[in-house]
Design a protein around this ligand. Structure first.
Ligand SMILES: Nc1ncnc2c1ncn2[C@@H]1O[C@H](COP(=O)(O)OP(=O)(O)OP(=O)(O)O)[C@@H](O)[C@H]1O
Ligand SMILES: [Mg+2]
Length: 371
């Protein structure tokens, strides 16, 4: 399509330090794409390269097939929204929204038309004459987006734009941002270290660690089929049981853990003898009957460390042999949640289809990275 954005083997070095290692990704026009990763993993550096504030050390960034190298930030069809929004607090809402157009020499009458259209888009009709410092956090957020969209960018870059807002407003703004993106059809590139935010809003997510893309996929792919231990542990809650692979066949593997032998899906094709980590989500672990269960289900028995009631769910924490991090079992509050007491030994089980074997974190790079 016309305005697809491509990053091809993009590298960024700061002196001897490599902040971004050969990133490859193609985003079709109109996609809501997120970069998700912990602090310092290179997210902002990628956005700054796309917007033209810094140049890649190697590789290419292309929009609609055209290399953006050498095109300054003001000449690029991109707009960037910073975490602190960088609005002009004493200026009116209308002047803020029209600012980019004024800089570009657009006449006042034309500017007013665009500003009115933008105010409607962000549901702040009639707010044009208010000063920025008279607005709420969420309203400021919307003005920052309107200001960026007013210059009709092909790509809107958002650097953790919700991090200054309180939790309720942040969750509300997720929906607003997504709706705005759908209405405008502009490509949104969103960066965040909040996995809930990334999963809730994005068409696709790139999970990053230490300057590399670990995996690119839809929210469900990232959550249900992590390709690396980093992704499995970083995105959502996960139970990790380390051990050594003892058998592998037909897409499944067996691993010898501190709890004995357990079976899981083996999408990476791990081989007998290899160190591995079995991951199973807390909501996929169930309480087992008091009597031993046999068959293909994996059964673990361990003392209860704690039970934590959280309203819609309850978490039961079990001692994890050979690890500081307890095993968490998440039970829906369906009115039949069983009582557990601290210290009591409990059996839990999970299906091999709900668990996955992966190489330990940092074992090897290059699982994902291309899309
Ligand atoms: N101008 C610079 N000079 C030297 N090192 C830099 C520069 N800018 C960024 N870095 C380093 O590059 C790495 C990636 O930084 P970046 O700002 O992209 O991280 P980030 O993923 O956006 O983190 P955060 O979530 O904290 O914003 C960090 O280790 C940072 O210290
Ligand atoms: Mg950053």
């Amino acid at each position: 399509m016309a305005n697809d954005l491509e990053l091809v083997d993009v590298v960024k070095k700061f002196g001897a330090f490599t902040a971004v290692h050969g990133v490859n990704v193609a985003m079709p026009q109109g996609e809501f794409f997120s970069f998700l990763g912990p602090s310092g993993c290179g997210k902002t550096t990628i956005l700054r390269m796309i917007s033209g504030f810094i140049d890649p050390s190697a590789g290419a960034i292309r929009l609609a097939g055209r290399d953006l190298n050498g095109i300054g930030p003001n000449k690029r069809p991109t707009a960037l929204i910073f975490q602190n929004l960088a609005l002009f607090p004493l200026m009116s809402v209308a002047d803020n929204i029209g600012y980019g157009l004024m800089v570009r020499g657009v006449a006042a009458s034309e500017r007013r038309k665009v500003v009115d259209r933008m105010l409607e888009l962000i549901a702040l009709k009639g707010y044009g004459d208010k000063r920025i410092d008279e607005l709420s956090g969420g309203q400021k957020q919307r003005v920052a987006i309107a200001r960026a969209l007013a210059v009709e960018p092909k790509v809107l870059l958002l650097d953790e734009p919700l991090s200054a807002l309180d939790l309720k407003l942040r969750q509300h703004m997720r929906h607003e941002l997504r709706a705005l993106q759908r209405r405008t059809g502009v490509t949104f590139i969103y960066i965040t270290h909040d996995q809930g935010e990334a999963l809730a809003m994005s068409d696709r997510v790139a999970v990053m660690s230490q300057g590399r893309i670990e995996q690119i996929g839809t929210s469900t792919e990232i959550y249900n089929n992590p390709q690396t231990a980093f992704v499995a542990a970083f995105v959502g809650e996960n139970n990790a049981l380390a051990g050594k692979v003892t058998a592998a066949d037909y897409g499944y593997g067996a691993i010898e853990t501190a709890f004995g032998k357990l079976r899981a899906a083996n999408p990476r094709g791990m081989k007998p003898g290899e160190a591995s980590v079995l991951f199973v989500r807390p909501e996929r672990v169930r309480l087992a009957e008091a009597k031993a269960e046999t068959g293909s289900d994996n059964v673990i028995e361990s003392p209860v460390l704690d039970g934590v009631f959280e309203g819609p769910v309850a978490n039961i924490l079990l001692e994890n042999l050979g690890s500081e991090r307890p095993i968490t079992v998440t039970l829906a509050n369906d009115g039949a949640t069983p009582r557990v007491s601290r210290g009591e030994r409990r059996r839990v089980r999970f299906s091999p289809d709900d668990a996955i074997l992966l190489p330990p974190a940092g074992a090897a790079h290059g699982a994902g990275g291309h899309a």
